[in-house]
Design a protein around this ligand. Structure first.
Ligand SMILES: Nc1ncnc2c1ncn2[C@@H]1O[C@H](COP(=O)(O)OP(=O)(O)O)[C@@H](O)[C@H]1O
Ligand SMILES: [Mg+2]
Length: 330
């Protein structure tokens, strides 16, 4: 990614520990540890990892649904962890939108599509007050942008009258309504039929280009990350262990975990159009992690120090990085 373009959204040392249990037996789930990532305008960064690796927790902190245990979230140069007023939160939500995994749960079943799209327009003052015709026109335009055509047919429908793919398109239109700068898409196509996933990814790609939106695309599917994203972050047991441009990561994976993931992919050059390639394996219990690298017990190249201290970040000339003692620290 070009060095002179500033990230629109970034995290530094972002950490989330969940405290569960009672006073006698307290458990700390280390869901996210020291996460550093950047989202750039008009680019897609994918966060790839197995279920339970901490992806949604990162997204939820970025959406200000969870408060970080420590670390910073910087949006347009401002640290938003310290912003707690309602007005600041509303402003942020108007610029950083979220798309959820489950299109069936994310739309209110008692409201028509028109309500679902007009509500954010009203809340974020995108429509002139009292001008029903302008509101209607904006709603139609949003539906057309997500290719729900003819829009007049969709505007009157209830969520239950739509397919999963159509609902996810409405959810995307709702996110677009506030003219966001960043969209956090948490497994947006995982619950859709394989046959329609590509259409939804292509739609998001078109919107990225049209509106210059930066995407954080969360997935457990490396092939779709390669297809959609400029950069890939690989997450394992709460830690981001590698970052690289998508092709570089696929062709030249550095971390042994990334190598393991790719060895499960029969032929990377096949791309996404074939069956989905899922990441398989067991990730360790996040409530029971030692101080070392969480991948050490599964790693074929494990060294003694891997079990005692998590490796620091080693950065390479092209800006990619990994956390692994196989690479000298710099
Ligand atoms: N609200 C919560 N309270 C306690 N533990 C949680 C909570 N949310 C997530 N976790 C735990 O944090 C870990 C990471 O979860 P999550 O971020 O949902 O992973 P992913 O999205 O990669 O599947 C899991 O061990 C999960 O059980
Ligand atoms: Mg998740």
């Amino acid at each position: 990614m070009s060095e002179n373009i500033q990230p629109i959204l970034e995290t530094r040392g972002l950490t989330k520990h969940f405290f569960t249990g009672n006073a006698l037996s307290r458990t700390v789930v280390k869901a996210v540890q020291d996460a550093t990532l950047q989202v750039y305008p008009e680019k897609v960064v994918a966060l790839v990892g197995e279920s339970g690796s901490g992806k949604s927790t990162i997204v939820r902190m970025l959406a200000q649904l969870y408060k970080p245990t420590s670390g910073d979230i910087i949006f347009e140069g401002e640290n938003i962890v310290k912003h707690t007023s309602r007005a600041a939160l509303l402003r942020y939500r108007g610029k950083v939108q979220m798309i959820f995994q489950d299109p069936f749960a994310s739309l209110n079943p008692v409201h028509k599509v028109s309500y679902c799209l007009q509500r954010p327009l009203r809340i974020h003052h995108k429509a002139p007050p009292g001008m029903a015709s302008a509101l209607h026109r904006q709603t139609i335009e949003l539906l057309e942008q997500v290719s729900l055509i003819p829009a007049e047919d969709y505007i009157k429908k209830y969520p239950h009258q739509l397919s999963g793919g159509q609902r996810q398109r409405v959810a995307i239109a709702r996110a677009l309504a506030v003219e966001p700068k960043v969209i956090l898409a948490d497994e947006p196509v995982s619950m859709l039929d394989v046959s329609i996933r590509l259409g939804v990814l292509n739609l998001m790609d078109r919107l990225r280009e049209m509106h210059g939106i930066g995407f954080l695309y969360v997935t457990h599917d490396l092939a779709s990350a390669r297809y959609f994203a400029d950069e890939i972050l690989v997450m394992y047991a709460g830690w981001i262990v590698e970052k690289a441009k998508s092709e570089e990561l696929i062709q030249n994976p550095k971390h042994p975990y990334t190598q393991l993931l790719l060895s499960a992919v029969p032929d990377p050059s096949r791309g996404l159009r074939t069956a989905e390639i899922e990441i398989k394996g067991e990730i360790p219990n996040l409530a029971n992690l030692g101080a070392g690298c969480p991948f050490a017990p599964r790693c074929s190249k494990v060294m003694e120090k891997c079990n005692t201290v998590m490796p620091p970040i080693t950065t390479f000339d092209d800006g990619s990085w990994t956390r692994c003692y196989l690479f000298p620290n710099n």
